[in-house]
Design a protein around this ligand. Structure first.
Ligand SMILES: Cc1cc2nc3c(=O)[nH]c(=O)nc-3n(C[C@H](O)[C@H](O)[C@H](O)COP(=O)(O)O)c2cc1C
Length: 208
């Protein structure tokens, strides 16, 4: 029995969002094939995700040095650490997110900042940072209206690449992914591109 965390980083309904369509298809198929697993859904657009501000940073830093925190520093550090503990407790993680402005939604960025803690998800060594997170399987579900997998815009892709690099920094180097791209750039092909992505998400869910 696996503990599975489904993270949705888009507040739009499935009718208006390709990444949410992928998320829902994956979730439906995963549940159908793994009835005994414990599934937790984290909707980042509904979650309490205060900015990673100076007070939160100060609280997390003081915890690492053993200094006393103010009440507000403790409250914010507890929020970040709650999400981190949930992430670390999962055996499998699914992250669904769009490419917006070449990057990821702010809510997702904030969440990833919470996870990025020295001594917990990575450590510093003389040879550079080393990831501390092992033994997790991860699937990334990403939608982007233009084409970034190759061609002139490839280096502008800071959505999937960013998430993959952050996960690699944590030690998670082998995420699988389903990408739907180019559906805004080629509206005549949009339906087929999206349908193919949904099918792929369902297939991957059945063997994840
Ligand atoms: C706020 C916003 C910013 C976007 N920025 C880009 C962009 O920089 N490049 C691009 O190719 N598409 C961009 N798009 C289009 C999305 O990548 C496309 O709609 C994709 O399907 C997003 O995933 P979603 O359908 O799950 O929301 C943007 C869309 C929105 C709403």
């Amino acid at each position: 029995m696996a503990n599975v965390l489904f993270i949705k980083a888009n507040g739009l309904p499935a009718e208006r969002s390709v990444s949410v369509k992928l998320y829902e298809e994956f979730l439906k198929n995963y549940k159908a094939n793994n009835a005994a697993d414990t599934i937790t859904e984290l909707d980042l657009f509904q979650a309490d995700l205060p900015y990673y501000d100076a007070t939160m940073m100060s609280g997390l830093f003081k915890e690492s040095t053993g200094d006393a925190l103010t009440d507000e520093e403790q409250r914010l550090a507890d929020i970040a650490n709650g999400y981190l503990e949930q992430f670390l407790a999962a055996d499998k993680i699914v992250m669904a997110f769009p490419l917006w402005n070449f990057s990821i939604p702010a809510q997702f960025l904030t969440y990833l900042f919470y996870l990025n803690q020295a001594g917990k998800t990575f450590k510093y060594t003389a040879e550079g940072p080393v990831g501390l997170v092992t033994g997790k399987e991860v699937v990334l579900l990403n939608a982007r209206g233009g084409v970034y997998s190759d061609g002139p815009m490839a280096s502008w892709e800071m959505s999937l690449n960013y998430v993959k690099n952050i996960l690699a920094h944590f030690g998670i180097t082998n995420p699988q992914s389903v990408i739907v791209e180019g559906h805004n750039a080629a509206p005549d092909q949009a339906q087929d591109l999206i349908a193919a992505g949904i099918e792929k998400a369902g297939e991957l869910a059945a063997k994840f």
